[in-house]
Design a protein around this ligand. Structure first.
Ligand SMILES: *Cc1c(COP(=O)(O)O)cnc(C)c1O
Length: 414
């Protein structure tokens, strides 16, 4: 915890968790951690828009470059605003070290470059963000790193896919768009037993709802572009984990190869973290209400939401993630024409594949985010032609429901 003021006497928020060691609660760290006040006495965190840093003497420059003396040299290596974001996110995820990156994909690439080598093997869940699958299949394969895929929730399938060369297990939970989940404690246990690292892309839950490191994962990956920003402004990412793997090995890739986060984007994410818990609770509340409403609409065949009792991994809500998160998917009757008709009838929801924004978004996965899969692959993944995904924003839910009701009225119900 690095913080220039003394927060312990702050009124804890309704959900501030204070750990027994006396560390300030989550909400306090989200607001306070990482800012070292400069001599100007500023209250808000400053943006250090500087590419390089000045030394007091030639000797100091030499000591910085040799590593004998800590301190800033160049913003590809370190920047105070970026560091403030890294310290705050590390604290919220419960990790020793955090490295910020230019995008979520840069975070995944840096993990692979920092921790894997030619001949290594990855086991990943089949339901992954499309660019992650592309990175593994098209690019890492060229450098001698192979990937196998298995069904996210089936621990036996993970176990069976592990080979002697397997070094990394990689998953997203809940998955996109069907919100499938894996028991992270059990998967972390398996990774340990089989001598692999477990990396969790925690984009959908954020540390406000789920902390994979506390459940035994080795690495947490973020697309900060989504909920950490929370208002759809900037692209960025981060990796959180231990001092050696993340603080040295992943950091070394960033510092050398250069997909570092800009100070301006770091500042936007730093401010985003201050309201993260409030926003995630509101997104979850809205999504839970929408899922219940959708479940009783005649035009809807099936709802996919972790908070619904019929969800196959419903038992993991509460056990490993607080609340169901902000993403709801559902099958509309009438296949693609039904789904497209519903989407085109909306006037409030934004037709875009992004998520984690204050604005609710609506997508047809089969023809957009998952459009590159063959029809057979889509069917195997459960992504039907009638499937629609809504990333619930922070508008009044009655307005979202009214917007969807208009389109659902057009769907043939017989
Ligand atoms: C968006 C996203 C990414 C990639 O992040 P970028 O910031 O777009 O590079 C990775 N994983 C998940 C789950 C995402 O939603």
């Amino acid at each position: 915890m690095t913080c220039t003021t003394t927060p312990p006497d702050l009124e804890p928020g309704a959900d501030s968790r204070r750990d027994p060691a006396g560390e300030p609660g989550f909400a306090t760290r989200a607001v306070r951690t990482g800012h070292r006040r400069t001599g100007e006495g500023e209250h808000g965190e400053p943006i250090f828009t500087t590419s390089s840093f000045v030394f007091e003497s030639a000797a100091q420059a030499a000591a910085r470059f040799s590593g004998d003396s800590p301190g800033n040299i160049y913003s590809r290596f370190t920047n105070p605003t970026v560091r403030a974001f890294e310290e705050r996110l590390a604290s919220l995820e419960g990790g020793e070290a955090c490295v910020a990156t230019a995008s979520g994909m840069a975070a995944i690439l840096a993990v692979c470059m920092g921790l894997l080598q030619s001949g290594d093997h990855i086991v990943a869940s089949r339901s992954l963000f499309g660019s992650t699958t592309m990175l593994f299949n098209k690019y890492l394969s060229r450098f001698g790193i192979a990937t196998s895929y298995c069904t996210l929730s089936e621990l036996a399938a993970w176990d069976a896919a592990i080979r002697p060369q397997t070094r990394l297990l990689f998953c997203e939970t809940p998955s996109n768009p069907l919100t499938e989940m894996v028991d992270l404690r059990a998967l972390a246990e398996l990774a340990r037993r089989r001598n692999c690292l477990l990396a969790v892309d925690n984009c959908f839950c954020t540390p406000a709802l789920q902390r994979p490191l506390e459940l035994g994962a080795d690495l947490v990956i973020h697309s900060a572009t989504k909920y950490l920003d929370g208002q759809g402004r900037c692209v960025g990412g981060a990796v959180v984990g231990d001092r050696k793997r993340v603080g040295e090995e992943v950091y070394g890739v960033l510092r050398t190869a250069g997909p570092t986060l800009s100070p301006f984007n770091a500042w936007v994410f730093l401010k985003g973290l201050e309201t993260l818990e409030l926003r995630m609770e509101a997104h979850s509340r809205g999504a839970a209400r929408l899922a219940d409403w959708l479940a009783v609409q005649p035009g809807v065949e099936r709802v996919y939401y972790p908070g619904r009792p019929e969800h196959p991994q419903h038992h993991l809500v509460g056990a490993q993630q607080r609340g169901g998160g902000g993403i709801v998917a559902f099958d509309v009757r009438g296949a693609r024409p039904g789904a497209w008709g519903l989407i085109d009838a909306t006037r409030l929801l934004s037709i875009t594949a992004n998520l984690g924004d204050t604005k609710s978004t609506i997508t047809h996965p089969a023809s957009t985010t998952h459009g590159r899969l063959s029809p057979q692959e889509r069917a195997a993944s459960g992504i039907g032609e009638g499937l629609v995904r809504v990333a619930v924003g922070l508008e009044s839910m009655a307005d979202i429901e009214a917007d969807l009701a208009r389109g659902l009225a057009l769907v043939p119900v017989a």
